[in-house]
Design a protein around this ligand. Structure first.
Ligand code: SF4
Ligand code: SF4
Length: 90
């Protein structure tokens, strides 16, 4: 996959936020793949959010979210690694 150089912003005064979407119909449980997108991203753009944590119980359900979109450099490594083809970036 080619990197779209038009989308790389070298002007540090201007923040570009990538349009990153995760299809949760495809990624129902991020633990199934071992959080491949988190581990693939060199800029730690993704976060894994617990959905059902309480003071009494540790979380059992999680969701990967595109948290720090301004960090994305469009390397597309997350898309290459995602086994469920759940990630899209514009
Ligand atoms: S790599 Fe794909 S399937 Fe795995 S957690 Fe990320 S979005 Fe979900
Ligand atoms: S395209 Fe690269 S920098 Fe952007 S979220 Fe995916 S792995 Fe991270």
């Amino acid at each position: 996959m080619e990197i779209d150089v038009e989308k790389i912003d070298l002007n540090l005064g201007k923040i570009v936020r990538a349009e990153i979407e995760i299809d949760y119909e495809k990624c129902k449980d991020p633990m199934d793949c071992g959080l491949k997108c988190l581990r693939a991203c060199p800029l730690a753009m993704f976060a894994c959010m617990p959905l059902d944590a309480t003071l009494e119980h540790p979380p059992t359900k999680f969701k990967v979210v595109p948290m720090f979109r301004f960090l994305c450099n469009y390397c597309m490594l997350c898309i290459e690694e995602c086994p469920k083809k759940a990630i899209s970036i514009k």
